[in-house]
Design a binder for this molecule. Structure first.
Ligand code: ADP
Ligand code: NI
Length: 212
């Protein structure tokens, strides 16, 4: 993959993400790409070009932002990469990563390649730590969700998360991510970011529950 191809892909992705919220913007893509390259270097696994392409293209066609009648993300991605003369087996790997990367996706990947494992870890790491907290409240604002709803019946097994609030999302997703990492490098970073989130929640509830 030439530098020029990477630049063309960056431009293509920027155009596609223009309707997304700030948690899924170009800077999210940049962070995921940088983290994926970092993990690739630390683990010495996977093909760097595929990892970089897949990180750049991982949010193309996200179901939350897909409009009725939009083409399948795989069609969009393979059409684009074919125009850059990327090899067929690399194209199918990038498409597969895009298809199976999502936490909310019910689809499970058939094979977990090194490239898949690395890009998925990088995407998941961007959902925890300080940036994860910022993204969650940004997404909640985009959806006009409450910060926290202590009065709504919890559908959760544990923790004070309730309803559609952003705090509920911490219990549904953010706190479980550290146990879902694929790589050792990802696991170490996730542990530290997880601790930061736990501290944040503790403080959030302390401030919420003012003693009268
Ligand atoms: P994935 O790409 O794994 O499906 P999402 O696209 O669901 O992840 O989430 C992207 C970002 O938006 C993450 O930072 C996630 O924590 C946040 N997010 C998703 N759903 C919610 C929600 N209901 N409330 C708050 N934040 C959310
Ligand atoms: Ni993402």
């Amino acid at each position: 993959m030439s530098t020029n191809n990477i630049e063309l892909t960056e431009r293509f992705v920027k155009e596609h993400l223009s309707g997304y919220d700030s948690g899924h913007d170009w800077w999210h893509i940049t962070r995921v790409r940088d983290m994926a390259v970092h993990i690739h270097k630390a683990e010495r696994k996977g093909n760097k070009n595929v990892i970089e392409m897949a990180a750049l293209l991982h949010d193309i066609g996200d179901s939350k932002f897909r409009k009725h009648g939009d083409p399948d993300p795989g069609v969009i991605i393979s059409g684009f990469l074919k125009s850059l003369d990327v090899e067929d087996d690399q194209i199918s790997e990038v498409v597969r990563i895009n298809r199976f990367i999502s936490f909310s996706s019910q689809k499970k990947p058939d094979i977990k390649s090194d490239e898949f494992n690395i890009v998925q870890d990088a995407d998941r790491l961007d959902a925890i730590g300080a940036i994860g907290i910022a993204r969650a409240f940004s997404y909640g604002g985009f959806r006009n969700n409450a910060l926290y709803q202590p009065d709504v019946n919890s559908k959760l097994q544990e923790g004070p998360g309730c309803g559609n609030s952003t705090i509920a999302h911490f219990y549904e997703k953010l706190l479980v991510l550290k146990d879902m990492m694929n790589t050792e490098t990802g696991r170490v970073i996730a542990e530290e970011r997880h601790t930061y989130i736990v501290d944040f929640l503790k403080r959030f509830f302390e401030e919420w529950n003012v003693e009268k």
